[in-house]
Design a protein around this ligand. Sequence first.
Ligand SMILES: Cc1cc2nc3c(=O)[nH]c(=O)nc-3n(C[C@H](O)[C@H](O)[C@H](O)COP(=O)(O)OP(=O)(O)OC[C@H]3O[C@@H](n4cnc5c(N)ncnc54)[C@H](O)[C@@H]3O)c2cc1C
Ligand SMILES: *[C@@H]1O[C@H](CO)[C@@H](O)[C@H](O)[C@H]1NC(C)=O
Ligand SMILES: *[C@@H]1O[C@H](CO)[C@@H](O)[C@H](O)[C@H]1NC(C)=O
Ligand SMILES: *[C@@H]1O[C@H](CO)[C@@H](O)[C@H](O)[C@H]1NC(C)=O
Ligand SMILES: *[C@@H]1O[C@H](CO)[C@@H](O)[C@H](O)[C@H]1NC(C)=O
Length: 595
Amino acid sequence: MRFDFIMQLFILNVGVQSFILYIYFNYYFQILLTKYFSKFQNEYDYIIIGSGTAGSVIAHNLVTKTNFTFIVIEAGGESNSLFEIPVLGPMLHNSVFDWQYETIPQQNACLAMNYKKCKLPQGKIVGGSSKLNNMVHIRGNISHYASWFYGKYHESYLNRHFDMIEKNLLHLNEVQYESEMATAIAEAAEELGYSRLGSEFKVGYRKSKLSQKNGKRWTISDNLDSSKYVLSNALVEKVIIVNDIAKGVTVQISDKKHNIFARKGVILSAGTINTPKILQLSGIGPPNILNNLNIPVIKNLPVGYNLQDHVTTGLDLILFNKTLSVNAMSMLDVFNVYQYFFHGKGPLTTAGCEAITFLSTKGENIPDIQFMVMPVGISSDRGSYLRLALGINDSVWEDYFEKFFDKHAATILPIVLHPKSKGQVHIITTDPETPPLIDPKYLSHDEDVKTLIKGLKLVQRFLNTKAMEKVGAFINPQHYPGCKSHTIFSDSYWDCYVRHLTLTSYHYVGTCSMGLTSSNSVVDTSFRVFGVANLYVADASVLPTLPSGNINAAVAMMASVFFDENINLVKKVRNSEHCHKYQLLYELIHKICLI
Ligand SMILES: Cc1cc2nc3c(=O)[nH]c(=O)nc-3n(C[C@H](O)[C@H](O)[C@H](O)COP(=O)(O)OP(=O)(O)OC[C@H]3O[C@@H](n4cnc5c(N)ncnc54)[C@H](O)[C@@H]3O)c2cc1C
Ligand SMILES: *[C@@H]1O[C@H](CO)[C@@H](O)[C@H](O)[C@H]1NC(C)=O
Ligand SMILES: *[C@@H]1O[C@H](CO)[C@@H](O)[C@H](O)[C@H]1NC(C)=O
Ligand SMILES: *[C@@H]1O[C@H](CO)[C@@H](O)[C@H](O)[C@H]1NC(C)=O
Ligand SMILES: *[C@@H]1O[C@H](CO)[C@@H](O)[C@H](O)[C@H]1NC(C)=O
């Protein structure tokens, strides 16, 4: 390595290590406090498991619209304002505030990662994954969501929920600080004939809309007084079910087990990986998995199947000979730190993604690829953190990423909006602290590979525009390690490349999906677990398919519909409530009426 890169690595390492130390200190201090000061009652009306996006929507609604008693039980600790500096978001990945989950070795994907395992970050912190995420807000395709409910709700009803969330629970803002690339991409899109998007969903481009207040991360959990409603550092082990009725939960706090009871309902909002885990530990899931572990089967439901994720690729595929205005070294600049804390501006507000495009690889009007445009790559921090967080194999790092330290790397991630590959999550022991086995089966369906390759060719088209040439962007000419036998940028090269540099965009869904029957879904269209009274799932795991875009807003919308459907006191009880035995028939009739 050249001397100046070694110096940069050293300086960045000092920054990174100090921050990691701070994270640990903060974490253990909280664990100590929990041991002596944790307070909770024996019984509430509702128990919400998980304080993430969904749990926070429900809790906020309970506080503002009802007088029910409830508690949110959260396995992670409290966040704080240093963790929430947008540009430091990735520093929580792989930390004690992340569940630190990873896939099992993938057969045809994640080949550039250690042991062919892709890391799957999930927030273990008050606020959940929204405290680690990129803050990009997208509504997606509303008619797609209506189909999840089989015609029960009209698009306008779902739009009202989005309106309420955007107005009452979020602060949405334009990007506060951007690199030269944000404008160049917009110009490139225009050059290629794409139109600028507002909030509608169609083919086109726009700059990112972020969940930030004065340049600082804003999450739905920030609406909630967590000291009052959230029991943190408390791990729910399982749901207590008696005669097919959910009665409460078993929870572990500072190595002690407690039972906490719920008069009206237990709501699982633990996320796509942990919700199926808790259900399986409670005896709800596929009998073959439960029998192997001697867990009595309470309900045979397809819990954990249908795992889907927005798969992507393309880190550091764009290079510049000069440094852009967003770069790792500028984060340590005292002026920028001042700018952030006093004015909410400057490079520390950078959320990662500056611009979004929705494109069709088939030249149609229906987007099947989303671009997330990022002014940096993983080589930007010289290897001090990002590559470890992703688990990039050392030899790949040395053979590829270290080779262009003299350039500024940037990234356009082409994301497959509707991947066909489906995987599974299941427990492998009865120990609630052991991570479940997670196999997303990335790229197991050939069409996903084909779509990604077409997506990479679209990236090349963008790079070949005058706008991108003007700012000095060019495609990374390094041959990817493991793909050197292929002619660079040929189809077979890209095929090899995507299987090596396979990436998640962190949008796991579907493991407790919503549907009409218990043979292929876990909850009905009212979020009720089939066959168990007072047990609900409301989080990303109920989404039966992936939204067309980043999913946080859709998860919040679903949680809001859940509340409206099951708890809201303000609205009068809907007719369908009276005949839920005939729900299937009701939904069929509803469907026919809509046609
Ligand atoms: C790195 C990253 C970047 C992302 N970027 C974006 C983005 O830019 N835009 C976007 O729209 N979406 C983004 N997402 C996705 C989005 O943030 C998540 O889909 C969303 O937060 C999921 O909400 P949830 O309520 O289902 O689960 P979560 O928010 O993950 O919340 C689940 C909560 O339950 C807790 N929990 C789990 N198990 C237990 C247990 N046994 N006991 C007690 N508590 C438990 C967890 O600790 C967690 O706090 C990103 C996600 C990640 C991880
Ligand atoms: C909520 O308020 C109603 C009347 O407004 C009352 O009947 C009910 O008992 C209250 N419930 C709780 C849990 O306090
Ligand atoms: C890293 O990649 C090299 C070359 O492909 C391989 O031999 C090695 O086993 C990999 N290491 C890990 C930990 O996966
Ligand atoms: C939105 O989804 C609906 C149905 O799910 C589909 O028919 C329509 O083409 C989609 N619109 C776009 C712009 O993709
Ligand atoms: C970048 O620098 C290389 C030489 O280091 C040169 O060959 C190339 O043309 C430059 N590219 C641009 C876009 O300036």
